[in-house]
Design a binder for this molecule. Structure first.
Ligand code: NDP
Length: 466
């Protein structure tokens, strides 16, 4: 009887993963979607622990399993509670690296079993073991480097002939794995050599990448981990692991493609491990003209008498933790009959969906969060654009400066609005490290200061005007 219950549990878990993923695509249902998928994972794990049997034998090893689960849960909960919103990409990278490591460890352990028994596995199994090992190891070492770079502990480094070295390494890894399988016998030396080279490839693949390209790498590594986990599912003939891995792999690949489009990077460059220079490379075009400043009271006046205001949130909003004050400003403007919307760029902030998560936290109505392609045509009919701590995502160099590292990246067309107010602390560059011509536009006024303080001043001024 229990033999029939386990596949049913796996089926239910697989369905919850799919439903959960679907729910994640909308900010209104994302939180519930996460819980649904987590419930499915809980079911899959505990069904495996208690119902799985191999030749009539239960899994056993319960003290080890529960000790691992307890330690992992404690670390996970502490990290999730302590992490700052701005450090989420690092955490995603770190957890992804752990997933990759698990997939690689599965291959190492399974290979060890065959080595002990002195019998070579069938070629399909060996292929799966190698794929799990290679992809998992690349994902692990690559994610740890990405983590170090985002934490600013590791600098971008480009070796001479980096691209040739990377391609050579990849060929060597797959060539050696292929050769080892063709031997039809166990070759531990070759196996561990492939393992070492894969770890090295992960490091060299991510090391030169920096600046504005990092989100693409993280999402690509995430898809690698999914594929590596799916290999584990194949190996153990475990359907839920296979489905889970495939879902993570395909979701990560789709996100990579979406991010590539949003940042105008080709996937081929990503796969070769050479995006070109870090975004923080050149300073870009020299700026001409001067900037003009605006006071909070004048800015408040401008917005109060506008028909339509679009708020463009960026990384600075997250740094200042100004989302609640921003929502307060929106509510006050709406009381003055001003139509308010938020323009959401796909890579605003430091992680996919960063702005949606922040604004949802302060209870901004989801309908007001408008994606780039839908909001761009609206700027021409907008009286005031309020840029809150955004920079690269509104930089016209993406359209008109072929030498710029962000050239070709789609941006929010804020220049088309009647008036632009840019809120930031100084004239410093954003993530890509380049100047922004928008600040010198005759329609732009700079409102300097920390986003939260400045928004608070705007709210106070607006209250005074009512
Ligand atoms: P940017 O990083 O381009 O600019 C943020 C601006 O916010 C800075 O110019 C800074 O100026 C200002 N700022 C910082 N702190 C504050 C504060 N407390 N108050 C007010 N302003 C502040 O952000 P964008 O959101 O425009 O662009 C995101 C960039 O990050 C893109 O280049 C993207 O490719 C990259 N990226 C995106 C990821 C994602 O997945 N979303 C992941 C990793 C990178 P000042 O110092 O003068 O205040």
């Amino acid at each position: 009887m229990t033999d029939q219950i386990l596949p049913v549990c796996y089926l239910i878990a697989s369905v919850t993963f799919i439903i959960g993923l679907k729910m994640l695509s909308n900010p209104a249902s994302a939180r519930k979607g996460n819980l649904v998928a987590a419930g499915g994972m809980f079911l899959a794990i505990f069904a495996t622990i208690f119902l799985y049997r191999n030749e009539g034998e239960h899994l056993g090893n319960y003290p080890w399993i529960f000790a691992g689960l307890t330690v992992g849960t404690i670390i996970g909960v502490i990290m999730a509670k302590k992490v700052k919103m701005t450090a989420m990409p690092q955490m995603v990278s770190f957890f992804n690296g752990m997933g990759g490591a698990c997939a690689a460890v599965i291959s190492l352990v399974e290979f060890g079993h065959y080595e002990e028994a002195g019998s070579a596995p069938m070629s399909a199994q060996m292929l799966t073991i190698y794929l799990g090992l290679i992809i998992g190891s690349v994902s692990f070492s690559g994610s740890i480097i990405a983590f170090g770079k985002l934490e600013e502990k590791i600098k971008d480094r480009m070796l001479p002939a980096q691209q040739v070295i990377n391609v050579g390494l990849l060929l060597a890894i797959f060539g050696l794995a292929g050769y080892s399988m063709s031997l039809g016998d166990i070759s531990a030396n070759l196996f561990y050599l492939v393992f070492g080279l894969s770890l090295l490839y992960g490091i060299l693949f991510v090391l030169p990448i920096g600046g504005a390209d990092m989100p693409v790498v993280i999402s690509l590594l995430n898809s690698f981990t999914g594929v590596a986990a799916a290999c584990g599912g194949f190996l153990y003939d475990n359907k839920v692991m296979l489905v889970g891995g495939i879902l993570v792999g395909s979701a990560g690949t789709l996100l990579t493609i979406v991010m590539c489009k949003a940042m105008n990077r080709s996937l081929t460059n990503v796969l070769l491990g050479n995006f070109g220079k870090s975004g923080s490379g050149g300073p870009g075009k020299e700026m001409v003209g001067s900037i003009k400043e605006i006071s909070p009271s004048d800015a408040a006046m401008l917005m109060k008498y506008a028909k339509k205001v679009i708020i463009v949130p960026g990384y600075g909003l997250a740094v200042a933790q100004a989302q609640h004050t921003c929502h307060e400003l929106e509510e006050i403007l709406e009381k003055c009959d001003v139509e308010v919307k938020y323009a959401i760029h796909p890579v605003a902030g430091r992680m996919p969906g960063h702005m949606n998560v922040l604004l949802a936290e302060s209870n901004v109505d989801y309908d007001k969060l408008v994606e780039m392609e839908h909001i761009n045509p609206e700027f021409t009919t907008t009286d005031v654009v309020l840029v809150v701590g955004a920079n690269d995502v509104v930089n016209p160099a993406a359209y008109n400066d072929p030498s710029s590292p962000i050239f070709g990246m789609p941006i929010l067309d804020v220049e088309k609005a009647q008036q632009i107010i840019v809120m930031k602390r100084s004239m410093k560059a954003g993530y890509a490290g380049i100047e922004n011509e928008l600040f010198y536009n005759s329609k732009t006024s700079m409102l300097f200061g920390d986003a939260k303080n400045t928004l608070t001043k705007l709210v106070t001024e607006l209250k005074g005007l009512n």
